[in-house]
Ligand binder design. Structure first.
Ligand SMILES: Cc1cc2nc3c(=O)[nH]c(=O)nc-3n(C[C@H](O)[C@H](O)[C@H](O)COP(=O)(O)OP(=O)(O)OC[C@H]3O[C@@H](n4cnc5c(N)ncnc54)[C@H](O)[C@@H]3O)c2cc1C
Length: 450
């Protein structure tokens, strides 16, 4: 069976749900294919405040406000010696309801987002794996194998059925780390410095702060400064606690995930105390977490968003924001393009440069932390920059206004600090086959997270 729609979206995570909802709101015929059956487990549980504006456009705010997700008002850092920074309260900086965000359980959040897409008219099919994106080679400029021609649709397998083709004016790749198009066109570049791994599990009855601090994300540096823990309180008295550290340190020559995790908890007093009276309710999850980006966001007839485009280290919980934001920017570019009959690469990717600049700002803040930046010390020296640092932490990345923080920050550098290498001097994916982002799920995922 061959069919034609306006837009095909590959993947029903936050990026795919966002772009498809916004397109359907404009009356376009959108078909979304998701290979899993929801609800399904996913990591990425802490939202940051700038998600508010996209959630508002999606008509998701009333649903979020009525949900059981824990409200998050701040982020707090604990240094390697256990010294706590004052919390960065988002409201102090921006007294608006957008300054309250949420700690979500992704299986529930992603289901809500996909249901919301359907309510807006998106035809979303689960258990539908896109096999490949179809390109029309007769439209190729033919200069190199890197130009496959215009994307014209996908071939998809629904359940155990046969492969069938769906034609579309635009194909959106929102397939997450799977990165269907960037893999096919070899567009992915590994970040030269952000090579991390993570191991995490879920605790019931772990320590929770009170009142508006209950939902704070706490980032605790490990004593040897090699890594950090996330501490994310969720509903039903569960806390998600994970350790992130350089890949080699965490996974090479160490025991099973459980043993490594327990060793790291044992060393980090702040975490050890917080979980001392808690019960672990799942097994251990792990990922190899190499950061990457794609060399471009679009081609003729296609555009990629969310993790399909790039993944940035989880330190400041920016992943879902970047998925939502790129979904929004791509949707606006597609609507404008279809209105004027232009679905070329430049039109669909008109947001590429600005978006990259915004992600560069977040990446710089990530790299500064790994290079020894202490938020507490910095704010003590430059209290007038607390607001700008908070702007970056809430995800207000797409404005030059926040760049005023870098010069004062550079005055705190150690004499021997090396400049941070740009992401695009990293290794092309084809040259580092040993690198691959992988997720390891435990046998006992536990009732709480699916
Ligand atoms: C350790 C870790 C911690 C993190 N913590 C946070 C955090 O606290 N806050 C935060 O905001 N972000 C966090 N992130 C990042 C976050 O998980 C991602 O950035 C986010 O999920 C990206 O959304 P997405 O929609 O692009 O991709 P996904 O959520 O991965 O969705 C992609 C979807 O595409 C589907 N798919 C894939 N291939 C196909 C195919 N061929 N056909 C059909 N469907 C397909 C998949 O099944 C999936 O459902 C974290 C990431 C990691 C690794």
């Amino acid at each position: 069976m061959n069919e034609t729609v306006d837009v095909v979206v590959i993947g029903g995570g936050p990026a795919g749900a966002t772009v498809s909802t916004l397109l359907a709101q404009q009356g376009l015929k959108v078909r979304l294919f998701e290979r899993e059956h929801f609800p399904r487990f996913h990591i990425g549980e802490s939202l940051i405040p700038e998600t508010y504006w996209v959630l508002k456009r999606l008509n998701m705010l009333p649903k979020m406000q009525a949900s059981r997700f824990v409200k998050k008002y701040s982020v707090q850092f604990v240094n390697s010696r256990g010294k706590e920074s004052a919390p960065f309260y988002f409201w102090d900086n921006k007294p608006h309801e957008c300054s309250q965000t949420w700690q979500v359980v992704r299986s529930e959040f992603d289901q809500m987002m996909l249901d919301n897409a359907r309510e807006h008219g998106v035809e979303a099919l689960e258990g539908a794996r896109v096999h490949e994106v179809l390109f029309d080679p007769t439209t190729s400029l033919g200069a190199s194998g890197a130009d496959p021609g215009r994307a014209v649709g996908v071939s998809v397998k629904i359940g155990d059925g046969p492969l069938h083709e769906v034609r579309a004016k635009v194909v959106v790749d929102a397939s997450g780390q799977n990165g269907l198009i960037s893999n096919k066109l070899r567009l992915r570049v590994w970040d030269p410095v952000l090579n991390k791994g993570a191991i995490w599990t879920y605790w019931e009855g772990a320590y929770r702060d009170q009142a508006k601090d209950e939902g704070a994300t706490v980032v605790l540096q490990t004593p040897d400064k090699k890594g950090w823990f996330w501490y994310i309180p969720q509903h039903d008295n569960i806390v998600s606690v994970g350790v992130v550290a350089p890949f080699d340190y965490l996974f090479k020559g160490r025991g099973p995930f459980e043993q490594t995790y327990e060793e790291e908890v044992e060393r980090c007093v702040g975490v050890k105390e917080r979980v001392s009276k808690a019960t672990r309710v799942t097994g251990y999850f792990a990922t190899k977490d190499y950061s990457y980006r794609s060399k471009k966001v679009s081609g003729d007839g296609w555009v990629m968003i969310g993790d399909a485009w790039g993944f940035l280290d989880p330190l400041y919980s920016s992943g879902v924001l970047l998925a939502l934001k790129s979904g929004e920017l791509a949707a606006d570019a597609i609507v404008a393009g279809l209105a004027k009959g232009d679905t070329g690469a430049a039109q669909l990717g008109q947001w590429d440069a600005d978006f990259n600049r915004g992600v560069d700002r977040m990446r710089r803040l990530v790299c500064e932390y790994y290079d020894g930046l202490s938020f507490g010390n910095f704010i003590q020296k430059y209290p007038e920059h607390r607001g700008t640092v908070t702007d970056l932490l809430i995800g207000d990345l797409f404005t030059e206004r926040v760049d005023k923080v870098w010069a004062p920050l550079e005055t705190t550098y150690a004499a021997d600090k090396q400049p941070i290498p740009a992401w695009n001097i990293g290794t092309p994916v084809t040259d580092a086959p040993e690198k691959a982002n992988e997720l390891f799920l435990p046998d006992d995922i536990g009732r709480r997270v699916v």
